[in-house]
Design a protein around this ligand. Sequence first.
Ligand SMILES: Cc1cc2nc3c(=O)[nH]c(=O)nc-3n(C[C@H](O)[C@H](O)[C@H](O)COP(=O)(O)OP(=O)(O)OC[C@H]3O[C@@H](n4cnc5c(N)ncnc54)[C@H](O)[C@@H]3O)c2cc1C
Length: 463
Amino acid sequence: MNTVNGGISFWYAQDGASAPREPLPGDTTADICIVGGGYTGLWTAYYLKKAVPFLNITVLEAKFCGYGASGRNGGWLYNGIAGRDRYARLHGHEAAVRLQQAMNDTVDEVIRVADDEKIDADIHKGGVLEIAHTPAQLQRLRDFHSVEIAFGEKDRVLLGARETAERIRVSGAVASTWTPHGARLHPVKLVKGLAAAVEALGVTVHESTPVTEIRPKHAVTPYGTVRAPYILRCTEGFTASLKGQHRTWLPMNSSMIVTEPLPEHTWSEIGWSGRETLGDMAHAYMYAQRTADDRIAIGGRGVPYRYGSKTDNDGRTRPATVDALRDILIRFFPQLAGARIAHAWSGVLGVPRDWCATTTLDRSTGLGWAGGYVGSGVATSNLAARTLRDLIQQDSGQSGPTDLTALPWVNHKVRKWEPEPLRWLGVQTLYAAYRKADHHESTTHTPTTDRLATLADKISGRH
Ligand SMILES: Cc1cc2nc3c(=O)[nH]c(=O)nc-3n(C[C@H](O)[C@H](O)[C@H](O)COP(=O)(O)OP(=O)(O)OC[C@H]3O[C@@H](n4cnc5c(N)ncnc54)[C@H](O)[C@@H]3O)c2cc1C
């Protein structure tokens, strides 16, 4: 059987879509209008409605809830947040430690709410294992480990080759770092469960309703306009398609493949009984999970960016990307050389010019937004949502500042991306440099990070 390509994602093929929700029937009003029905929009609706049950909240979703990255991701619910180290430089180490602590807590918060709302999203908290293959990766792993400890992760451990293999036998792994602050989940089960939970609370969700323009107190769609004191933009990788937002966040692609369920004898060779999420220290890194039904889902960058910030073709991914991901799979687990790849897909994530996630409420206009999570939005979207709730409650006089509104990523501003063709050329060059650096590090066994990658990080604004 051939590999299924696209169709949004394997997660949808496995779990199915929810019954479609009605589009916006015409002009209307709300207390809060949320644009985008992914994790960010839905978590925000959830927490606002829980805090103030009489609020009239409308969610407008262009396609269907979970159509974007929230229905396609690698299912790493973990404590990483894009931009923490920059926030430490901008606001001081202590502020960034608070941000990190909030992220650690967020992993447990998502698990708590899923439990409370009876959302069975195949969540398993086995932590995150990140491995090194080459001497340069080993050096980066040690540095990364020390930095994370300095940001307060006292429970993170550094593992040698043998201890790594006791968890997961990845061919050629020389070391790893493991943190307990991570869980594996089924992305679509979470987003579908969330959409059902917010509806049950009384939030109105309209699907097949693209917002063409957001302006203060107005979300404009082809079917009518929603007028509300607060309009929240939760469109992450699709933001570039909104009027006036073309260069705000660059839509970066990430692609995934998934195997068929693997037999018991393969698992006894590989191990992975702790069901940790698995990543590596390559510049063009990979991420993987062992699914609840014993497949391996693995992802990484394919074509990183499409000219003109184009976004989607319902998850179809290039055959060359499928081959590249399959090569990584087999390099990690050579016994899978004959394994069939059941499904391949891709999606977009939002990358700000300085690679820093943010959550913002402009008090003068009532416009808010959250995103720019780069590749770490499964947990971060939940922290963003609780922060937006607190910002709105503060703005509307229902409460004062909170621990969340004081976090350093709140109301962060960054310049826009360059116009084309500079934007396209920049990203192509960046990823070509990363691939070249990975190749050089693995063929020369140099113990230091390739200078090309360091330079690329600096020029791109990533570090
Ligand atoms: C392949 C892939 C793997 C990933 N793996 C991980 C991972 O393992 N762990 C992790 O932490 N993060 C991961 N991410 C990132 C993570 O999935 C995202 O950061 C997160 O899902 C973002 O949620 P969101 O709600 O902000 O955006 P989205 O889920 O993209 O939702 C945005 C929604 O807005 C809708 N929309 C867009 N424009 C409009 C409009 N004009 N009008 C109305 N609606 C609109 C879209 O249809 C979409 O449903 C991955 C991303 C991808 C693509």
